[in-house]
Design a protein around this ligand. Structure first.
Ligand code: 5CA
Ligand code: ZN
Length: 417
C-alpha cells in the first residue's frame, strides 16, 4: 500500500543515548539495543471511521521511538498494517449503504492526511490485510500442515490455532486464565464457541459467509483471515522474527499481541517474536476510553477542518506521558496553543539561551521511556530563559541558539515551529 510523505528530518550535532522503553512482557523498563537497523511493527488502523485523538496519540508515541532511534544513530525499518477487511468495515458499510472497499480506501486516505499533518514519519512498509492474504494463507496452511491448527466440524470451515501446543502462550501479557477469558470475550474472541478444543484458541481463518467477501484459502477453504495472524504474517514477511519493538495501544496487550506472538513463534520455531512489547495508554473523553464503538470521538481531521494547527494537536498529545491513561480536553488544546506560540516567539529571536543544554536534556528525557512531558519542560525552560527579562540575560544570549533549538524540537519532538 501507499504510505505517506516523509517530513524533513533535521540532523542534529552528536547523537542521543540508547532508548529505554517499558516492555509489557518483562514488566520493566529495558534498554533497546537495535543493530544498525532498528525494526518496529506498530498495529495500524481498522479504516471504518476517521482517525481520532486516541489513534493519533498511539502513533505519536511510536513516532518518538522512531525519532529517538534515528537520533541515536540507527536506521529504522518501520512497518504498519491496515486491517482493511474485518467485521466493523462490513457493519459500517452496510449501515451507510456503501461498498466496504470504498469505505476502507477513503478512511485510509484520510488517515494518511492526518499522519502527514501531524508530521509522523511514515512506515517503510505500509501493508493492507487484503494485499497480504496470499501470504497469510500460506502461513495458516503451514500451521495446519504442522498439526498446530484444526478445523471445526460445524460446516463453517473455520480454523483455530491449538493453543495447548504453544508453550509460549501467556508470556507477552502475563495474564491469568480468568483475565484472558474475560478480555477474549470483550475484544473479539469467542471463548464460548462450541467445538473448540480450548476456549482460548484463536481464530486463524474464517470460512466464507453468505454476503461477505472471501478469498481462496488454506487447502482450498475459501474465507478470510483472522486478525492476529494478519499481523504475525505481515511482520514475519517484512522484518522477520526477533524485531525490536511490537507496538500498539494498551487495548492490544491481550488478546492481539499475545496471539500474534504465539502464531509467529509456532510458524518459525524461533523466539521471541518481538524483543519488547510496548503499549501506549488510552486517551479518553468524558471519563471513557475514546472508541469508535462508544462514539465519543474527537477526530484529527475535524480539528484540522476547524483550522486548529496540527502542531498544537501534536504538542497537546505529547504533553502527557504515553503510558498514562489521560483525557482529551479543550483546556489541553488551549494550553498547547499557548505553549506553541511561546516557543515560536523564542525561536524567532536572533539570540537566546544556549542550545546545548536543552538538546542534552530533551535527548535524555526522551531516551528515558519517552518522557515527553519532561522534554517539553526542558524546552519551556529554555524559552522562558530566552524570552525572560532576567537581569544580565542579554549578555549571556548566544547568537543563533534559537535556530538550533528550532531544529532539535523538529527532529526529536516532530514539532515544526
Ligand atoms: N487494526 C487493529 C490493529 S491490528 C486496531 O486495533 N485498529 S484500531 O483502529 O482499532 O486502532 C488503531 C490503533 O490505535 C491501535 O494501536 C489501538 O491500540 C490504538 N487505539 C485505539 N483506541 C485508542 C485510544 N482511545 N487511545 C489510544 N490508542 C488507541
Ligand atoms: Zn495488529
Amino acid at each position: 500500500m501507499l504510505s505517506w510523505p516523509a517530513p524533513l528530518l533535521p540532523t542534529l550535532p552528536g547523537s542521543g543515548p540508547a532508548l529505554r522503553l517499558y516492555d509489557t512482557a518483562r514488566g520493566e523498563v529495558v534498554e533497546t539495543s537495535p543493530g544498525p537497523t532498528a525494526r518496529m511493527y506498530v498495529c495500524g488502523i481498522t479504516p471504518y471511521d476517521a482517525t481520532h485523538l486516541g489513534h493519533a496519540a498511539t502513533y505519536l508515541a511510536f513516532d518518538l521511538v522512531n525519532r529517538v532511534w534515528r537520533d541515536a544513530g540507527s536506521a529504522v525499518h518501520y512497518v504498519q498494517n491496515v486491517t482493511d477487511v474485518d467485521d466493523p468495515l462490513f457493519e459500517r458499510a452496510n449501515r451507510d449503504g456503501e461498498d466496504w472497499i470504498v469505505l476502507g480506501m477513503r478512511e485510509t486516505a484520510l488517515f494518511r492526511e492526518d499522519m502527514t499533518a501531524l508530521r509522523v514519519l511514515p512506515p517503510e512498509d505500509y501493508v493492507g490485510a487484503v494485499e497480504a492474504i496470499p501470504r497469510i494463507v500460506a502461513h495458516v496452511e503451514a500451521l495446519w500442515d504442522a498439526g498446530l491448527a484444526y478445523q471445526l466440524d460445524d460446516g463453517t470451515g473455520d480454523l483455530y490455532h491449538d493453543i495447548a501446543q504453544a508453550p509460549g502462550f501467556g508470556t507477552e501479557s502475563g495474564y491469568d486464565e480468568a483475565t484472558m477469558l474475560r478480555l477474549s470475550a470483550e475484544r473479539g474472541g469467542d471463548p464460548d464457541r462450541p467445538g473448540k478444543r480450548n476456549a482460548l484458541d484463536p481464530l486463524l481463518w474464517l470460512g466464507a459467509r453468505e454476503g461477505e467477501p472471501s478469498w481462496p484459502g488454506p487447502r482450498g477453504v475459501a474465507g478470510r483471515p483472522g486478525w492476529h495472524v494478519e499481523c504475525a504474517s505481515i511482520a514475519l514477511d517484512t522484518i522477520g522474527m526477533g524485531f525490536d519493538v511490537q507496538g500498539g495501544g494498551s487495548d492490544l496487550v491481550f488478546p492481539h499481541h499475545e496471539y500474534s506472538a504465539v502464531h509467529a513463534e509456532a510458524l518459525t520455531g524461533a523466539k521471541p517474536f518481538a524483543r519488547a512489547y510496548v503499549h501506549a495508554a488510552m486517551i479518553g473523553l468524558d471519563g471513557e476510553k475514546m472508541s469508535k464503538s462508544r462514539g465519543n470521538l474527537v477526530f484529527v481531521s475535524r480539528l484540522r477542518g476547524d483550522k486548529v494547527d496540527p502542531m498544537a494537536i501534536r504538542l497537546a498529545l505529547l504533553s502527557g506521558h504515553y503510558r498514562t491513561d489521560r483525557a482529551w480536553t479543550a483546556e489541553l488544546l488551549t494550553a498547547a496553543q499557548q505553549r506553541l506560540a511561546t516557543w515560536r516567539r523564542a525561536v524567532d529571536l536572533p539570540a537566546g539561551a544556549p542550545a546545548g543544554p536543552v538538546l542534552a536534556a530533551v535527548r535524555e528525557r526522551l531516551a528515558d521511556d519517552l518522557d515527553s512531558p519532561g522534554a517539553i519542560a526542558a524546552v519551556d525552560a529554555w524559552a522562558a530563559a530566552s524570552l525572560g527579562p532576567a537581569p544580565g540575560a542579554d549578555d549571556d544570549a548566544v547568537p543563533g541558539a534559537p535556530a538550533d533549538v528550532r531544529q532539535l524540537v523538529d527532529a526529536l519532538l516532530g514539532i515544526a515551529l
